[in-house]
Design a protein around this ligand. Sequence first.
Ligand code: NAG
Ligand code: NAG
Ligand code: NAG
Ligand code: NAG
Ligand code: NAG
Length: 665
Amino acid sequence: MKFCFIFSMTKSGGRPRSVPIRLRYFFLFATVFGGGLLLISFNSRIDFFLLNNGPSNAFWDANHYKIVNSEESFTINTEGCTIPGLRPFDESIRKFSDLPDSAEVCNNANQSLLQNNKTHIWVITENMQYYNVPDEDNITCCYRAFYRPAAIADINANDVDERIQYGRCIDFSDYIEIENEFVKVSCKYKYRIIYEQFFLTARKKSPVFFTEDSMETEQNISRYNVLIMGIDAVSRLNFYRTMPKTLNYLKKKGAIEFLGYNKVGDNTFPNLTPMLLGIKYTDLKNTCWPNSRASFDHCPFIWNWYKDVGYYTAFGEDNAGLGTFNYGKLGFTGTPTDYYIHTFMYESELHVGNQKDFNTYICIGDKYLYKVLLDYIEGLTVELKSDNFFGFFWEATMTHDYLHYPKIMDDDYEIFLENLDNNKYLDQTILILLSDHGIRWGDIRFTKQGRLEERLPLFHILLPPSFRETYSLAYNNMKTNRRRLTTPFDVHATLLDLINLNELDNERIKRRSNEYYASDRSISLFLPIPTNRTCKTAEIADHWCTCHKSHRVPTDSIEGQEAALHLEQHLNKLLHDYPQCAQLQVTEIIEMIQMDAGTPDQGEVGWEEFMVVVRTKPGGAVFEATLRHDYDEWVLAGTVSRLNLYGEQSRCVHHYQLKLYCYCQ
Ligand SMILES: *[C@@H]1O[C@H](CO)[C@@H](O)[C@H](O)[C@H]1NC(C)=O
Ligand SMILES: *[C@@H]1O[C@H](CO)[C@@H](O)[C@H](O)[C@H]1NC(C)=O
Ligand SMILES: *[C@@H]1O[C@H](CO)[C@@H](O)[C@H](O)[C@H]1NC(C)=O
Ligand SMILES: *[C@@H]1O[C@H](CO)[C@@H](O)[C@H](O)[C@H]1NC(C)=O
Ligand SMILES: *[C@@H]1O[C@H](CO)[C@@H](O)[C@H](O)[C@H]1NC(C)=O
């Protein structure tokens, strides 16, 4: 198999855009010289086609040359990796997305006895009736701050990360000012506790964790905040299905979406270890985590590097039970970051956690945990507006076990982003929204698309305008990498680059791009990811690899005949309304290739995918198409490409797509 480029020209005479397309028997070379475009096709014989006479010719219309719409046929299509095109609302998975929009409602959702804003907590007297308190009566609420006390002696205790200490009780019956990060309020009526709730508030702290010399190493260039917002178990396309508003907001702001972002391990831990530490989780035992009885205190997390250059750091998950470093593990003995909310999540889940169907509570009292986290993050961005901030946050409560619950979060995530934008926070912040994998279980996993989606998590990066301008080469490389094979290891390399922005200067990027790194496991997304990267060089195990391998199928096989017939019917249907175009007939199946993507899971239903190249008459057109065989049906995936030129054959139609197919009679 060989690969090369077809150039399509824009009408304005701008630079050619290169569109890589996959070619079999045909090797096409496009060269531009003297304003003319020469396209040469090598088969067993050699054909020359002169496409035009000069750049002034109106024939230079982009669409005339748009032979292949790789967007639809492939998710990514590089020399080293081809991932089939996937549609968010594909027939095979539509039934899983037509699920209700509603979720479990938190306890007392409309009957909350306490309300808060960023500065105060108050009693909602109108709701006292729900707790059998007469209107004219008073309740007494006790406000108690709680803390994570300094590391205790027995650091090997199982609950070392769950240690907690309460402050004294401050009574109030109407409202109270919030003075602490973690607060518990319990309200009594007639000596009985009738209501309890926990409040998490962002508060500015003194940066006690910075090392002595960290301030000295500070450079005189403005840095960017780095805000990573993780959403557990949401595939790239489930994000399309369930959080369209957030997606559109990101797109509107010019976020870069990585289509070929492939997971490297099963669940959260093995995917976040490469991202946060740059190593495989199996290598932890050799570096910083000798056994599962050890804490993660000595691991070189990426936030430590940020801390060293003067950033405030935060690590926050919206639950304690599924905590990435706590689930079946010890967590941290010390406090890993300046802001660390495990203590809060643990204590609030314990007392007021509710709505736990599977693995995690989704509410504390009347509040969704994801919303508690979002409000906290927003609070931090306000409190730390004039400081450098690195935050790694992870939502799991709504998404770990539910395919469609992300829908419930969509409005709030959109509003969250809008607020950050309105506060000008996005002007100084690299925002990363990503997931670890798609949903790992449920009916959708018994479809082929579901299996691929599970391995292709969502991943978007939003760079501020000033960054795009100053680091234009790095930015352009990142855009190119949208359609390259990428992994969580690359995220780590990218985060390292953001610590030292000098690494991203155009001159430096130019030099680094020429250095040999193509076989590296971790490649910064600010450098061009090599097109020949494979799962092997990226160290993605075969089982998780979504790149399709392919093998040739005899052209006279039943599948070959059926696929060719379907393609013929499809083309003739397209031409049906154009009597000036001849009906086409396949005269030769030139090639038939079956695409494999790993071993299907047991009982998995879904399509087999074939790429077929045929010649038709009249006119001798050569078409390439990808077709899926689903039960007894053949379905076209993407559009049909034409591999040779139509020249004058199609002069009688003007529709750009039909020009590829029409033979004027
Ligand atoms: C809570 O109130 C909202 C709006 O006021 C309403 O749509 C919703 O149905 C109520 N939920 C419950 C559980 O009463
Ligand atoms: C929060 O609520 C209190 C009491 O109602 C009010 O005085 C204060 O202005 C509010 N603060 C904000 C930031 O809205
Ligand atoms: C309720 O509290 C107010 C203000 O603290 C007080 O004046 C009033 O007497 C109290 N009412 C009762 C029934 O305790
Ligand atoms: C840092 O940059 C500012 C503005 O570019 C300049 O005024 C200042 O002198 C610089 N400080 C140092 C220590 O180089
Ligand atoms: C990928 O391309 C680079 C640069 O052309 C080359 O050095 C490297 O050997 C190639 N790697 C593979 C796996 O083909």
